[in-house]
Design a protein. Structure first.
Lengths: 244, 160
């Protein structure tokens, strides 16, 4: 069993699952119907990506499946990015979280498309088609809100304050990422460049603060993840092996 | 793709052409390009399908309907294998499928609108004076439009 690959797949699966779960909290609560549908569509796409990563990880681990990996691992076993587990806040904060993530995922997938691992590459080539929509939709919204009214602009500034510190860990390779053939320096440069372009258009500036919170990829989380898992895993914990 | 199919495999594919998409029942899995192949080894049948969108909930139902359809014809030992590569694209949708979509009231994928924008032809009155309402529609594969002439809202099956 290739441990690094398995851990990396779990990291990708956990991140997309948790962000999907967060976005799905908007179901029925979106600011307008079309955007409620959009955010939940994105949620569904992310869940689909997550299932592919879990299924592949389960195959490598053996004697387990996607459901066990999602429903029966504890908080200190989850390897998702801290950004994914942050609360929805207002619509602006949800939009910014999605944009910062989609911009990262899009660029990461450009590199992973070339992965030497054929199944990982296949999942990524399939998924990046969807990520392209997420990126276009969320960047348009960042611009609309940042360059919108005084109030929406203020809220975006607040969202940046809340979320920026969770972006740093995306570019710091942990042990299991080192063999994945990812150029993290390039990824960071490209990401910053793109984010700056969108922020400029949105009349927002990149924060000067460089303090970054890390740990998600190594199973140390903010207080939010436990609550998410309590919701997500409730049925399997209360009624083990239940099916529907 | 040149792979010699046995007569039985051809028959199975032919049977499965009747399985439809639960969300868009006018389209068969053959029209959509989801059905990629079938192999028979002794009494074991393997059907190969490819998902449209990763999270599409219709895929599980399609897999079940394939098993049911084959069971009707006596095939009991059936496995469904989902392959991701090459990634599904709307280019695989048959011309017949596109025609059926339009008749059903959904605008078919059109390369000129690879990125969804205003102007997709209204499937009801054929006007091209239409507005994109949202790039995300009632299912992952569709975008939402409104026609400025007949005023009807309609779905556009996105290029993917």
């Amino acid at each position: 069993m290739n441990n690094s690959l398995t851990n990396y797949l779990l990291h990708l699966a956990d991140t997309t699952l948790i962000l999907s779960q967060r976005n799905s909290e908007w179901c029925g609560h979106g600011p307008i119907l079309e955007q409620d549908i959009a955010i939940t569509n994105i949620s569904l796409d992310l869940l689909g990506q997550s299932r592919n990563f879990y299924q592949y990880a389960a195959q490598l681990i053996g004697n387990t499946d996607e459901d066990q990996l999602a429903y029966l691992r504890k908080e200190r076993e989850y390897k998702n990015l801290l950004l994914a587990e942050q609360p929805n806040g207002d619509w602006g904060q949800t939009i910014l979280r999605q944009y910062l993530f989609s911009q990262f995922q899009y660029l990461l997938f450009q590199q992973l498309k070339e992965s030497k691992d054929e199944q990982l590459a296949a999942i990524v080539i399939k998924s990046v088609k969807e990520t392209t929509y997420h990126l276009r939709w969320s960047s348009e919204w960042v611009v609309r809100l940042g360059d919108g009214t005084e109030k929406s602009h203020q809220r975006m500034l607040y969202a940046i304050d809340e979320l920026w510190r969770y972006t740093g860990e995306m570019f710091i390779a942990v042990d299991y990422e080192k063999e994945m053939g990812i150029d993290f320096n390039l990824l960071k440069d490209e990401w910053l460049q793109k984010v700056k372009l969108i922020f400029d258009e949105a009349t927002l500036s990149l924060p000067e603060s460089t303090f970054m919170q890390t740990g998600g990829k190594e199973e140390t989380h903010t207080e939010h993840l436990g609550y998410i898992l309590a919701d997500l895993q409730y049925m399997q914990r209360a009624y083990p092996n239940s099916q529907w | 793709m040149v792979i010699a199919l046995t007569i039985e495999e051809q028959n199975i594919l032919h049977l499965l052409e009747a399985v439809t998409d639960p969300e868009i029942p006018v389209l068969t899995i053959h029209d959509l390009g989801i059905l990629r192949g079938a192999t028979v080894k002794e009494d074991k049948v393997e059907v190969i399908i490819t998902p449209t969108y990763n999270g599409c909930p219709a895929m599980d139902m399609i897999a079940m309907n394939i098993k049911l359809k084959l069971a009707e014809h006596g095939y009991k030992n059936v496995t469904i294998t989902s392959v991701l590569s090459p990634a599904w694209t709307t280019d695989w949708m048959s011309e017949d499928g596109k025609r059926k979509l339009k008749e059903y009231g959904i605008a078919a994928p059109n390369k000129r609108f690879a990125i969804a924008k205003d102007g997709v032809e209204c499937p009801i009155c054929n006007s091209t004076s239409t507005n994109l309402i949202s790039e995300f529609g009632s299912t992952a594969c569709k975008a939402l439009y409104q026609c400025n002439d007949c005023k009807e809202p309609f779905d556009y099956f996105k290029c993917h």
